[in-house]
Design a binder for this molecule. Structure first.
Ligand code: CDP
Ligand code: MG
Length: 889
């Protein structure tokens, strides 16, 4: 191999070892990826199931085919008027060659799986095939689900354009907005939106076809939809209104769907779309940069741009903030002067201000177009910036070194300044970017420039950018991460899986042979997981279980999950939901085993139904459900929003790097305190603790118009505040849709709550966070010094403490509830509020068994750790409290 071969990447470069392995894995039945000339037509339809069961042949299994064919094979063919350019572009897509095979398979089978490399045309073309074949005529609609909002919006626009149809016909619906009309025939939506629709109409009668896209991502809602649809499809067949289900995946790894007899009694045919993929040479870094992968990306892009032949560059980073900062740096280094052409845009094009405007306009549209909210997304959009990296291997790596195109590991700071190279046409891409800006990445860059797209992993499989020849992969992704101890979610930057790394590399070989630069060593790569585990196995499932119970799926344990969550996770979820009153508790009869079985099939309660309508975690949903009393709703909506959006406050106690900063921090602290005083008052108000601080911060901030300046001066994070505002609006809409008579309007400028309201709010918080009660160990109970000022919780054996940032840090009330526990040097409770002891038996009867705790308490489960803990024998028993004389029924 020539090591310094940067000048001739067009010649057939050899793949790295990893690439070849990948080819072998995937290529057993079909032509290897590099054999482009084989055109792939002949063996295109050979699916995994092909050997035993030729999927598309007219003699497909009668069991599947017979009942569906007659009524569902539409006779009408609908003409579509496409422009010549579009038609030409379409004909280049590998999936076009498979149209007939695909349509025959769909006509003859109720369920079909389509696998094909990213960019082969699945998402944009399959809905068009179906439309043309008449599946959307005579009132039926074609529904397509996407795990990512950005894909739903962008793909609906693309398909509308390709088909020359209006957005009234090809529409989208995501959590915050949509443009669906009565005329809609092709509807792109997020998976959560369809789940919500199933709650309203279990048979999904308005659809003739449902396409589950990006099934390889294994998002929790996609998994659950596949399980539900495996039952809906036969039901529709029985009714004589057949529904077609198409599952689309970017990888061949679909055994969880095909080989799962609980899911599909007849194995669905798998159609493999031949990947017209060009070889990609993979280059590993010799060393893995310790933390500054963003800087490393910058240096790599600079070198590619200066030294390598024409071709677009795609950079994978982890978050919006990183994307923007790299875009700025690159634009500065290789300025692209707009010369008043339509394509020209300056640096400010996607400034924070613009994004804010966009978010605002989205919100406004939502109010008009979507009077009711949906539960599409179980959490808010991640606030920016990831935590620091995990441990990193920085070994020298021989295997990678001779493949490296001598771009070396960056060293110079001179890169930063402007350069005489060709201008670089730098575009950001991430999920919250306004659709019209996303659209830009699909257009050719202005002449005389090189395209450089800086993206989050939306560019990994959801969107295919044309003309990419070089991929720079930082190897990281921002992921939702579930706290080992509390199950509370946060976003962290972690290593990607090998499958993701290979997907990213593949982006470089769409139109010609390409190169992928991995900013990590091959030793690090070998340590990556092969595939990332399905989301459902990694997170607490109480919100999902509540949604399923709302669909009247009682025996959740029998549900045909493509990959079932651990039984302990299911048990813990039911346990929590019973305790919250969302499920009806079974009578205690029989043996413990029978009791446990009964507990795993509890029906939903009326309260549970109300809770299920709120797009927040069940604990918070319970708070909202209780808050109509005493006009507490605006406040609890605010508290819940603030608790859901993380990191509202700047860290004001951080050590300052300069005197100037120290003075600034001091000023901010003073203003923060003052703001608290004015808003939250003194005395009883303070017992709401940190939640009062949140309420006060949001209240004060809204009075000041939520300006960046106010936030900056008072130590609030402006972005988080905007997020809180958006969520408040959304929860208000949700509440309004439940209590239709309320007509509740949340004034962003709410008045401070009265003293009585604060007391009610504390009780509401206790009712929601019941399993998070903690009691301070009293002096006479002190076992040893490590318990000094410590609290005992119902969930953990170890001492926990009030976090120093808490307003109750010095107060040390006997009983508190906490939002979460974080582990640093000690276990700390955050989001703490004080509780009066006598409220506990009155408000949390499910937690108060006054008898002896069960010998063998039902286990509960801490996701991700395999760690089992005791959930709910008795809070009192667990925290060692002597019962007061309180009457409880
Ligand atoms: O779904 P799959 O990954 O198989 O491919 P696709 O998303 O349907 O994309 C097919 C082709 O359409 C790609 O080459 C994209 O670059 C192109 N496309 C485009 O030019 N403009 C869009 N807005 C969306 C896709
Ligand atoms: Mg796609």
């Amino acid at each position: 191999h020539s090591s310094g071969s940067e000048s001739e990447p067009e010649e057939e470069p050899s793949s790295s070892e990893e690439e070849e392995e990948e080819e072998q894995k995937q290529g057993s039945e079909k032509s290897p990826a590099r054999a482009v000339s084989a055109a792939g037509r002949a063996e295109g339809a050979v699916g995994q199931a092909g050997a035993e069961q030729p999927p598309a042949a007219p003699s497909a299994p009668a069991a599947q085919a017979a009942p569906s064919r007659a009524p569902c094979q539409p006779a009408v063919f609908v003409a579509v008027d496409r422009s010549p350019e579009i038609q030409e572009a379409r004909l280049k897509l590998p999936i076009l060659a498979e149209e007939q095979v695909i349509m025959e398979a769909i006509n003859e089978n109720p369920i079909v799986i389509i696998c094909g490399e990213t960019g082969s045309g699945k998402t944009t073309q399959v809905p068009q095939f179906l439309y043309e074949a008449g599946y959307a005529s005579s009132g039926g609609a074609i529904g397509i689900t996407e795990p990512r909002r950005v894909a739903a919006v962008s793909m609906s626009q693309r398909v509308a354009k390709e088909m020359n149809l209006s957005h009234r016909v090809v529409s989208y619906q995501i959590r915050y907005e949509g443009n669906v009309t009565d005329e809609t025939r092709i509807k792109f939506m997020t998976d959560g939106v369809l789940l919500k629709e199933i709650q309203k109409d279990f048979l999904l009668s308005k659809y003739k076809v449902i396409i589950i896209d990006e099934a390889h991502e294994r998002s929790m809602y996609t998994d659950i939809l596949i399980g539900l649809l495996s039952r809906i499809v036969p039901l529709r067949q029985k009714k004589g209104l057949p529904l077609k289900l198409i599952i689309m995946s970017a990888t061949l790894r679909v055994e969880d769907f095909t080989d799962n007899t609980r899911l599909f009694s007849v194995k669905p045919p798998v159609i493999q779309v031949d990947a017209r993929q060009f070889p990609v040479t993979v280059h590993f870094n010799k060393k893995t940069p310790l933390d500054d992968y963003s800087g490393e990306c910058f240096r790599k892009v600079c070198k590619i741009h200066r030294m390598l032949p024409a071709g677009g560059i795609l950079v994978f980073l982890t978050g919006q903030a990183e994307v923007h900062s790299l875009c700025r740096r690159l634009r500065k280094a290789f300025p692209y002067q707009k010369n008043n052409t339509a394509g020209g845009e300056g640096d400010k094009e996607d400034s924070v201000e613009e994004i804010r405007k966009f978010k605002k306009s989205r919100k406004r549209r939502k109010v008009l177009a979507l009077p009711k909210i949906d539960l599409n997304n179980y959490s808010v959009v991640p606030v920016d910036e990831g935590d620091e990296d995990r441990d990193i291997d920085s070994d020298d790596d021989a295997a990678g070194s001779d493949l490296d195109l001598d771009l070396g590991d960056g060293d110079s700071e001179e890169d930063e300044k402007s350069d005489s190279s060709l201008p670089l046409y730098v575009l950001p891409l991430y999920s919250l970017l306004a659709p019209e800006k996303q659209e830009k990445v699909f257009r050719a860059p202005p002449p005389g420039t090189r395209l450089c797209v800086v993206a989050t992993n939306v560019a990994e499989t959801s969107l295919t950018i044309p003309g990419i020849k070089y991929v720079v992969d930082c190897g990281k992704v921002k992921q939702r991460f579930y706290d080992r101890i509390t199950g509370v979610s946060s976003f962290r930057v972690t290593w990607i899986s090998q499958a993701s790394a290979n997907q990213r590399a593949g982006r470089a070989g769409r139109t010609e042979p390409g190169h992928c630069y991995r900013l990590y060593s091959s030793a690090v790569f070998m340590d990556f997981e092969k595939f990332s585990a399905p989301e459902i196995t990694k997170r607490p499932v109480e919100d999902l279980i509540l949604q399923m119970k709302a669909l009247n799926i009682e025996k959740v344990i029998n549900f045909p999950f493509p990959t079932p969550p651990p039984t302990e996770a299911l048990a813990a979820a039911e346990e929590l939901l019973i305790a919250l009153g969302a499920l009806k508790e079974p009578p205690v009869t029989g043996r413990l085993k029978q009791q446990l079985a009964a507990k795993l099939s509890c029906p939903i309660s009326a309260l549970g139904r109300v809770m299920a309508t709120f797009p927040v975690a069940p604990r918070y949903a319970k708070m909202l459900a209780l808050s109509r009393q005493h006009n507490c709703l605006p406040y609890s909506i605010t508290i819940v929003s603030a608790m859901t959006v993380r990191e509202l406050f700047e860290e004001l106690d951080r050590p300052a790097v300069s005197e100037e900063e120290a003075a600034q921090l001091k000023g901010k602290r003073a203003r923060f305190l003052q703001m608290q005083k004015v808003w939250a008052g003194q005395g009883p108000m303070q017992k709401l603790g940190d939640l009062m601080v949140m309420l006060g911060a949001v209240g004060a901030c809204e009075y000041a118009g939520c300006t960046p300046r106010f936030c900056q001066e008072s130590g609030l994070r402006h972005k988080a505040m905007l997020e809180v505002r958006r969520l408040r609006g959304q929860l208000t809409t949700a509440v309004n849709s439940v209590c239709t008579d309320a007509g509740l309007y949340v004034d962003p400028k709410m008045k401070p709550p009265t003293e009585a309201q604060v007391t009610y709010l504390r009780q509401i918080v206790l009712a929601g966070l019941g399993d998070h009660v903690a009691r301070r160990v009293q002096a006479e109970e002190l076992l040893d010094d490590k318990w000094k000022n410590a609290y005992k919780t119902a969930l953990l054996e170890d001492p926990v403490f009030i976090h120093p940032s808490s307003v109750l840090f010095r107060e040390l009330p006997e009983f508190v509830v906490y939002q979460e526990i974080v582990e640093t040097t000690k276990l700390y409770m955050k989001g703490v509020s004080a509780v009066e002891p006598e409220w506990i038996p009155a408000l949390l009867p499910p937690y108060c068994h006054f008898g002896k705790p069960l010998e063998d308490p039902p286990p509960s489960y801490c996701p991700g750790t395999g760690r089992v803990r005791c959930h709910r024998p008795s809070v009192f028993y667990r925290v060692g409290w002597q019962l007061p004389a309180v009457e409880v029924d």
